[in-house]
Design a protein around this ligand. Structure first.
Ligand SMILES: NC(=O)c1ccc[n+]([C@@H]2O[C@H](COP(=O)([O-])OP(=O)(O)OC[C@H]3O[C@@H](n4cnc5c(N)ncnc54)[C@H](O)[C@@H]3O)[C@@H](O)[C@H]2O)c1
Length: 386
């Protein structure tokens, strides 16, 4: 590689979230490469690189913050274009977990793991168990769980090597699929946002558009239908659209048409970063409340834009925390009722966020982030003495 290309990469690598194609080994050869600046940028505590030739394991475990408790976050298997992309992803995701746990009142810190490779070919019992041994070596400072491209079966393999794993099947004393609990939390957050916008939490007769009717979206539809909401749905899965339009009398909407619908509530339950300038411009809904992670394309631009348009936005990482609340229960001794009761509390916290945001004249995502940071700082003071 030519030296100007190397310099170009390193300057990008030093700005967190912007990387170019190059292996970390090449980057490490550069005098400009400073991995600790990446850890310092968002105050990560520890990053562990795991390598095992015999199983083909290449994984990164990022522990962002453990002030509130052990770092809990799922393990994602993904075919990253390069190591830097994997590093970037795990750093961003682990930080997000810290905020989600903090605002949910859990005694958990934030962490995440990525395994690099194509899930269809790389995942074996040996690889997952080897990963489990790396998790075990962290002595409970990191607790793993399912994420994109990992299943309860994978967690069973991990569990053969370590107890520091949640998201196990109900037959093994775990909480099973967290999606119904996530959906219940989104429903609670939506009701709070509707109360804030319309003065009454009832969804009876309200028009709700749900984008993405997968595991979470599907369960959300059940709650909404039960309460008498009028439903509009969009998905790329025609089979699911047919199923739910029949089951709940939902109107099927094609692709991007969902943004311009004359509805009361828009629930993004598919993809992140869909709240951009163009889509926000089209929205007629007065409330946004959905499960998708990182819905705001640019928090600093689109958070204030929603306030300007008078749209009540229920922060994603607050209202989609039901799944995390569920696995936390597994960590302390699983009880479904307690998990649901604690998830119900999302209603009150969401209302508090709307009040706080209005009082401070800031957007709700910022208010939620500040509330999470405040809890971490408060508990840090509690733990300043033995
Ligand atoms: N499952 C959980 O407990 C949980 C917890 C927190 C956050 N989330 C987030 O909530 C979202 C949904 O999660 P899920 O578990 O239901 O996933 P899922 O894969 O079961 O469902 C996603 C649905 O979105 C659809 N979809 C994909 N692209 C689309 C598009 N362009 N337009 C419309 N629909 C599209 C898919 O076909 C699928 O039906 C994700 O962003 C996820 O990260 C899920």
């Amino acid at each position: 590689m030519k030296s100007e290309n190397l310099d170009y990469f390193c300057s990008l690598f030093n700005q967190i979230f912007k990387y170019d194609n190059m292996s970390t080994t090449q980057a490490a050869n550069s005098a400009n490469f400073d991995i600790f600046s990446q850890l310092e940028a968002h105050d990560h505590e520890q990053v562990v690189f795991c390598q095992d030739k015999s199983t083909g394991l290449k994984a990164i475990i990022a522990i962002h913050n453990t002030v509130l408790g052990p770092g809990l976050g799922g393990t994602r298997v993904w075919h990253y274009n390069n190591d830097a992309e994997a590093f970037n992803d795990v750093m961003r995701l682990s930080r997000g977990m810290t905020y989600k746990a903090a605002i949910s009142g859990l005694n958990l810190g934030g962490a995440k793991a990525v395994i690099i490779g194509d899930a269809k070919t790389i995942k074996t019992e040996a690889l997952m168990r080897k990963f489990g041994r790396f998790v075990e070596n962290l002595n409970g400072k990191y607790i793993t769980a399912e994420d994109v491209n990992t299943t309860t079966r994978d967690m069973e393999y991990v569990n053969m090597e370590t107890d520091h794993v949640v998201g196990l099947p109900e037959s093994m004393g775990g909480g099973g699929d967290p999606s119904p609990v996530t959906a219940y939390g989104v429903y609670m957050g939506m009701k709070a946002a509707v109360k804030h916008a319309y003065g009454n939490e009832s969804l009876n007769g309200k028009k709700v558009a749900v984008q993405g009717i997968g595991k979470v979206g599907g369960h959300l539809l059940e709650h909404l239908h039960k309460e008498g909401a009028q439903l509009f749905i969009s998905d790329i899965n025609e089979e699911m659209l047919a199923k739910y339009s029949k089951e709940f009398g939902a109107t099927v909407v094609k692709g991007d048409e969902i943004y311009g619908l004359d509805v009361d509530v828009f629930a993004p339950c598919a993809l992140g970063a869909i709240l951009n300038t163009e889509n926000i411009g089209k929205l007629k809904a007065k409330v946004i409340a959905g499960a998708a992670n990182n819905q705001l394309a640019d928090e600093n631009v689109h958070g204030p834009m929603l306030v300007e348009k008078g749209i009540a936005y229920a922060p994603d990482f607050l209202i989609n925390a039901g799944g995390l609340i569920n696995v936390y229960q597994e960590h302390i001794g699983y009880n479904r009722e307690t998990a649901m009761r604690n998830t119900e509390h999302i209603f009150n916290v969401t209302l508090d966020i709307f009040k706080d945001a209005a009082a401070k004249n800031i957007h709700t995502q910022k208010a939620a982030t500040e509330m999470a940071e405040k809890r971490i700082n408060d508990i840090l003071k509690v733990r300043s003495t033995y």
